[in-house]
Design a protein around this ligand. Structure first.
Ligand code: SIN
Ligand code: FE
Length: 289
């Protein structure tokens, strides 16, 4: 399999000019890996690197767009410190994306920023929620009609522990394997889910198929083992970027990561034909949204 990971040796959170080969690789579903791009912690921020800082009722600590911090179990001063650290990462992640992908800039929709202090190996989860299984990201309650999920990840582990991912085969290969097994889309079921507020809006056929790929991959243990894949340790002090609705990925171990999601309309890509929406429409021969 062609390498799914492209290494980029920059040490600043912005590039001087966009690189067409990196853009094409990202839009082909590859992971852009910046091994020498650390996020600088302020001295007092080291105290924020402990798992007990997360409220056990939530999965991650997050900073929303209004600057409100959610999910921390900490006093007011510590909450402020967390908000400053996560906010600084948000600014740097955006500057990196804007310089790498300037054409996206007017169309990006920023999502909350997350801080994940929990050790991956010890998380107990149902198979569907278990991100240690290869998957593409798809959300059951929030249909997105093909809007892209671009993510910036940053390993801030203070003890040199890598965040180990598995990166699987290209999206089209995954889709060709799991589309024939996908349950058909049933419009009235989508209407019922919307009426019952199981989904926030009507689940489109695109959203249905993306969930079918996500569940099909995660529930197939033989696929998990036999699919073409590479194990990739993302070093402490590194950053990586991918379209997580397209790159097949799984997280196996690690602790302390910052993450920024940005959404992009699929038709605002450099090459809209490389999007999951375009690929699934082509493979099914149907308009899916
Ligand atoms: C995921 O998006 O599947 C999880 C990534 C991670 O926690 O490293
Ligand atoms: Fe994921």
């Amino acid at each position: 399999m062609e390498s799914q990971i492209i290494e980029i040796d920059i040490a600043e959170w912005q590039v001087s000019e966009p690189n067409q080969a990196w853009i094409a690789a990202l839009e082909a579903g590859k992971v852009l890996y910046f091994p020498y791009l650390p996020f600088q912690l302020l001295p007092q921020e080291n105290a924020l690197l402990k798992p007990s800082i997360r409220d056990p009722k939530v999965r991650n600590i997050s900073l929303d767009l209004k600057g409100h911090l959610k999910g921390a179990a900490a006093d007011t001063a510590t909450q402020l410190s967390l908000a400053i650290m996560i906010g600084r990462f948000r600014d740097q992640a955006q500057s990196l994306i804007h310089s790498l992908l300037p054409d996206y800039k007017p169309y990006l929709r920023l999502a909350p920023t997350s801080y994940r202090p929990t050790k991956v190996e010890t998380r107990a989860q149902s198979w569907r929620a278990d991100d240690r299984r290869l998957h593409v990201d798809a959300f059951p309650s929030r249909p997105n009609y093909g809007e892209r999920i671009l993510r910036v990840f940053c390993n801030i582990n203070p003890n040199g522990v890598p965040r180990v991912w598995r990166v699987g085969e290209p999206f089209e290969t995954v889709a060709a394997k799991f589309l024939p097994r996908a349950k058909p889309y049933v419009p009235w079921q989508a209407s019922v889910m919307k009426a019952l507020h199981i989904t926030k809006s009507l689940r489109s056929e695109y959203d249905h198929l993306m969930l079918q790929l996500h569940d099909g991959m995660k529930s197939d243990m033989a696929y998990q083992e036999s699919a073409e894949q590479v194990t990739m340790p993302f070093a402490a002090g590194s950053v990586w970027i991918c379209f997580s609705d397209q790159a097949s990925h799984a997280v196996m171990s690690g602790q302390y990561m910052l993450e920024q999601t940005l959404h992009l309309p699929a038709d605002k890509q450099y090459d809209p034909q490389s999007s999951p929406l375009a690929i699934l429409s082509r493979l099914t021969g149907r308009k899916l949204v």
